[in-house]
Write a protein that binds this ligand. Structure first.
Ligand SMILES: *[C@@H]1O[C@H](CO)[C@@H](O)[C@H](O)[C@H]1NC(C)=O
Ligand SMILES: *[C@@H]1O[C@H](CO)[C@@H](O)[C@H](O)[C@H]1NC(C)=O
Ligand SMILES: *[C@@H]1O[C@H](CO)[C@@H](O)[C@H](O)[C@H]1NC(C)=O
Ligand SMILES: *[C@@H]1O[C@H](CO)[C@@H](O)[C@H](O)[C@H]1NC(C)=O
Ligand SMILES: *[C@@H]1O[C@H](CO)[C@@H](O)[C@H](O)[C@H]1NC(C)=O
Ligand SMILES: *[C@@H]1O[C@H](CO)[C@@H](O)[C@H](O)[C@H]1NC(C)=O
Ligand SMILES: *[C@@H]1O[C@H](CO)[C@@H](O)[C@H](O)[C@H]1NC(C)=O
Ligand SMILES: *[C@@H]1O[C@H](CO)[C@@H](O)[C@H](O)[C@H]1NC(C)=O
Ligand SMILES: *[C@@H]1O[C@H](CO)[C@@H](O)[C@H](O)[C@H]1NC(C)=O
Length: 575
């Protein structure tokens, strides 16, 4: 793996100067160090650390620098000759010849000096491609000894977990994708617990940096002129062309591609809003919108009038208009008395706003609340699920359901489980006392996932719920089903699955698929997997495929994303 160069301590002001304790005067041979600097450094696994450079400024007198880690690992010394009175000449020690292996965790790096010297920068090399400056400088704390005792009995045969994850810089993409296969699993469990690191921070904000595809604007063109001589303008899979009809009319054509179901996006299904704003309008301008519908026909929408007092207009384009597999076309037929000097401030296509979710309480007792949620636009098109409450009613048209359990604090109930129609199941321990709610993080797709989309999914048609026993029977479109029994304690939320019937090839289709997020250590919803409580894998590494009976998807390094979202452990219980 490549070795990242880590530059620590950008300025000496970061460092804490100390006077050495009284040196032993009786010992003539001892070097008289007057100052030392120290700093915590953290590696999150045993790694070789090399000192590649120390940049310093020495104005006064010759100084001996000695570098020691943890008082016992000596990196050797460097004799720094001064550049008298030259306050802008920094010098480099270059590489120290000695390399030490540091244990995972915090280490203390000390620099002893025989006289005052300015230390400007340290360059260290660590053979760990996952390490970053946040961890190395202890801004992100990682814990070491983590245990996840397996629940599996010795008799069960192991499952096989495969790596399908990909890199992403966007923290709101489920780039962790790990299906787990078993030829004949008869029972398994999923347990959600708070992460084992210690923190009182409950960060739960989404982070949309590097997530351009999640913004509402599908494309936009800014500051362009419309004249008979306008040239084509190119955007991202989007371009504008101009075509003169006659002296007073010109067509502005927009040709663009959009993402849809195949990439797990709702952009082609969801209706949109086309905004156009002129910088100024001398003579009034009329524009008629025409666009190509996914059924192939050209649709003409109402004519809009622009004037100096109406510089901006918006057209609404209905749901299910756009297409994913080909280009989409918009034609703006512009008409005005005199076709010169028309300048457009922006022309942009936005997804229409979401209509808020509609929530229906399907069942409520002292023990449990069951809600069904109808959402405006679902990436699985028109697929919805029916929720049937035992000895109660059956309701159709839901995108997801959620369960709450009573807790003696907050508003009395804490959300513990969500199941989406595409099989995504999310588990959560009850909120700890003192917090109103904690976020979901890692999720697990239940059942035999299809992979004809970049986003794996199953199709749930119906869920039968037995509220008194906290049991759910989940039915899939392909005819398979399974039963889930939920157990919620103060420490964990655990789902037990049995009565499993899968109809498709178990070597091709997993029984569960873990989805989560990893951008870099300290910005993850999961960073590690503990297998059978014996070995730990990094969640994004290319480990291919791994067998085991117990897989704990957890975090070692304190994450600034959804900090308290749970660790998820999956155990094979009967085969
Ligand atoms: C420090 O760097 C300056 C400028 O590069 C160089 O002239 C000088 O010889 C160096 N001094 C030492 C002690 O290396
Ligand atoms: C450095 O500056 C001091 C005071 O300005 C001067 O006395 C001394 O001679 C200078 N040293 C050198 C080596 O130039
Ligand atoms: C660093 O290298 C040593 C020796 O090759 C190896 O034992 C250790 O696992 C490596 N550490 C990392 C984090 O790659
Ligand atoms: C948001 O994510 C980016 C990386 O995608 C990261 O650099 C940044 O620090 C994150 N912001 C916060 C507040 O965590
Ligand atoms: C468009 O031009 C205006 C005025 O010159 C300027 O304020 C604005 O930032 C420009 N917009 C873009 C997106 O370049
Ligand atoms: C193209 O994408 C880049 C980065 O995603 C963005 O900054 C730019 O504005 C986009 N251009 C257009 C015309 O949409
Ligand atoms: C110019 O072209 C537009 C659009 O094709 C048409 O509606 C209009 O009648 C034409 N005007 C003249 C003067 O030909
Ligand atoms: C295509 O869809 C449009 C808009 O819904 C509709 O007006 C038109 O009749 C449809 N055409 C065909 C051929 O189905
Ligand atoms: C899965 O099994 C069902 C029932 O045997 C069958 O109808 C369906 O085509 C299978 N699907 C796939 C993708 O193999």
């Amino acid at each position: 793996m490549p070795n990242p160069n880590l530059s620590v301590a950008p300025a000496v002001s970061d460092w804490v100067p100390f006077k050495m304790p009284n040196p032993n005067h009786a010992d003539i041979a001892v070097i008289f160090y007057v100052v030392f600097y120290w700093r915590f450094i953290q590696v999150h696994q045993r790694s070789f650390v090399t000192i590649r450079n120390i940049r310093y400024l020495n104005l006064k007198k010759s100084t001996l620098l000695t570098i020691v880690v943890n008082e016992n690992l000596n990196y050797g010394s460097y004799f720094a000759v001064p550049n008298y009175n030259q306050s802008n000449v920094f010098n480099d020690t270059r590489s120290f010849p000695i390399v030490h292996q540091l244990e995972a965790g915090w280490n203390i790096l000390k620099v002893y000096a025989t006289s005052s010297i300015v230390l400007d920068m340290f360059l260290l090399e660590v053979n760990d491609s996952k390490l970053n400056n946040m961890i190395f400088s202890c801004k992100v704390i990682c814990i070491q000894q983590l245990n996840f005792p397996p629940r599996a009995k010795s008799g069960v045969t192991p499952a096989n977990m495969a790596q399908n994850s990909f890199f992403s810089k966007c923290a709101e993409v489920d780039n962790v994708d790990i299906p787990i296969y078993h030829p004949h699993v008869n029972a398994f469990s999923i347990t959600a617990r708070l992460p084992q690191y210690r923190t009182f921070a409950n960060r739960r904000q989404a982070n949309l940096t590097f997530c351009p595809h999640l913004t509402q604007t599908l494309w936009r063109f800014d500051n362009f002129s419309v004249t008979p001589f306008s040239k084509e303008i190119y955007g991202n899979f989007t371009f504008l062309t101009f075509q003169e009809n006659n002296l007073s009319s010109i067509d502005i054509n927009v040709i663009f591609r959009l993402k849809g179901e195949h990439t797990g996006s709702i952009n082609t299904d969801m209706g949109s809003q086309l905004f156009l704003k002129f910088i100024s309008v001398k003579n009034e301008v009329f524009i008629t919108l025409r666009y190509k519908h996914r059924n192939g026909s050209m649709v003409t929408s109402g004519r809009k009038r622009f004037s100096e007092s109406h510089l901006e207009q918006m057209w609404k384009i209905p749901d299910y208009t756009w297409i994913e597999s080909d280009y989409n076309y918009i034609i703006l037929v512009l008409y005005t008395k005199e076709l010169s000097h028309l300048k457009i401030e922006y022309l942009r296509l936005d997804r229409r706003p979401f209509i808020p979710d509609r929530t229906i309480t399907l069942f409520k007792s002292d023990n449990i609340i069951i809600e069904g949620v109808l959402v405006d636009m679902w990436w699985r098109g028109h697929e919805r699920m029916t929720i049937s409450i035992h000895s109660g009613d059956s309701h159709e048209g839901f995108t997801f359901l959620r369960l709450y359990r009573p807790v003696p604090w907050t508003q009395g109930y804490s959300q513990v489980f969500i199941l989406y129609q595409d099989g995504n199941a999310r588990f959560l321990p009850v909120s700890p006392e003192g917090l109103d709610w904690i976020p979901f993080g890692t999720s697990v797709i239940l059942g035999q996932c299809k992979r004809d989309s970049i986003r794996p999914y199953v199709s749930i048609t119906q869920v039968d719920i037995f509220p008194d026993d906290m049991k759910l029977v989940i039915f899939f479109k392909d005819g398979g089903y399974l039963r889930m029994t939920l157990k919620v304690t103060e420490d964990f939320t655990q789902a037990y699955f049995d009565n499993i019937v899968f109809l498709n090839d178990t070597s091709v289709y997993p029984f569960v698929t873990v989805r989560s997020m990893y951008v870099e250590e300290g910005n993850t919803d999961v960073d590690s997997i503990r297998v059978d409580d014996v070995k730990t894998l990094n969640v994004i590494d290319n480990w291919g495929s791994v067998v085991g009976k117990s897989f704990a998807f957890h975090r070692r390094c304190l994450s600034r994303h959804l900090t308290l979202s749970p660790d998820i452990q999956i155990d094979i219980l009967k085969t």
